[in-house]
Design a protein. Structure first.
Length: 176
């Protein structure tokens, strides 16, 4: 895993080989962050971010590296959460808070609003189509929600859908 820009730039962080997470490819991540920086997000304003289904922490670290004042990562797997926590301590990333928990329980109990929300659920997740309705209540006014998904989903009819981007097998749907 490579961090593209910001204060943790150019760090190569090894991901354990026994992980079951499917990390966002560097190609897709670079495309996503180009769009975020140039169209949607002013990272100089130190936004807050929520990374759901955090997996390897690649997106969380990129958000923290680029200037988010707070990044909360929610990951269900104990093994993955332990890795994220260890990585957070090694980097001394005080703005990053990895949480172990179920994304849907977190979303239903959370009272906080975030400027950026990113979700990268397993592509085979049974209720993936319901994620926008679960997550959008956590989005701050003028915030942005990005959902990574496979090509078999189309969210363009959702009332808060803004755009879709495709990077090979990686698809991002944007909501405001």
């Amino acid at each position: 895993m490579r961090i593209i820009r910001g204060k943790y730039k150019s760090r190569h962080i090894p991901t354990p080989t026994n992980f079951t997470a499917r990390p966002t490819t560097d190609f897709a991540k670079e495309g996503l962050f180009n769009i975020l920086e140039n169209v949607y997000i002013d990272f100089d304003a130190e936004p807050t971010a929520l990374d759901l289904f955090a997996g390897t922490g690649s997106i969380s670290l990129e958000l923290a590296s680029r200037g988010c004042r707070k990044v909360v990562s929610v990951e269900k797997s104990y093994k993955h959460w332990l890795y994220l926590s260890r990585l957070q301590k090694e980097l001394q990333a005080k703005e990053w808070l990895p949480l172990k928990g179920d994304v849907f329980r977190y979303a239903s109990a959370c009272k906080e609003k975030y400027d950026i929300i990113f979700a990268d659920p397993p592509y085979a997740l049974e209720n993936l189509k319901d994620i926008p309705e679960t997550v959008l209540p956590l989005l701050a006014d003028d915030g942005l929600f990005v959902l990574e998904h496979g090509s078999d989903y189309d969210f363009s009819s959702h009332p808060r859908f803004v755009e879709h981007r495709n990077y090979g097998s990686v698809n991002f749907s944007f909501f405001q």
